[in-house]
Design a protein. Structure first.
Length: 156
């Protein structure tokens, strides 16, 4: 089991945790950032705000095409349909680009160690010292810690 010692422990790689960890690392602090998802961005990026806006934009475009005659525009066809597969592919590509960009930005910060984990319960004694992380890590000390608050949005 690998032991980790750090000055700062940040739990949650969303829109609060990632910038916090990056700012601390940019200031030369040793930081461990723990994220349960497959990439940086959190619930907002992967399940909430961003996916809903991507789908909403497609729906608005569909409505605009269907209402072109209201604006004196004549299309050669009124047969405008939704291709859900293409919309979901677009959503996946946008989310991947945004998450990859955040991860790339962290790679330039040598004092930032980012750990990706599956859903897990962190077991601890005297938090944040002696924090047992799932897998092969054991956090032996952290002078400061911050936890990004998580909520689950309704499915879209």
């Amino acid at each position: 089991m690998s032991e980790i010692q750090t000055e700062y422990l940040v739990i949650g790689g969303g829109p609060g945790g990632t910038p916090t960890a990056m700012a601390l690392a940019a200031a030369g602090k040793a930081v461990v950032l723990i994220e349960k998802g497959a990439g940086l961005g959190g619930t907002c990026l992967f399940e909430g705000c961003i996916p809903s806006k991507i789908i909403r934009k497609s729906a608005r475009r569909l409505r605009e095409f269907r209402e072109t005659s209201d604006f004196g525009l004549c299309l050669s066809t009124q047969d405008v349909n939704i291709n859900w597969s293409a919309i979901l592919d677009r959503k996946r590509n946008i989310l991947k680009r945004r998450s990859d960009m955040a991860l790339k930005n962290t790679e330039n910060l040598p004092t930032l160690n980012t750990l990706f984990m599956a859903d897990a319960v962190l077991k601890y004694n005297n938090f944040p010292e002696n924090l047992q992380l799932p897998g092969c890590f054991h956090l032996t000390s952290a002078a400061h810690s911050t936890i990004e608050i998580l909520f689950h949005p309704p499915p879209i």
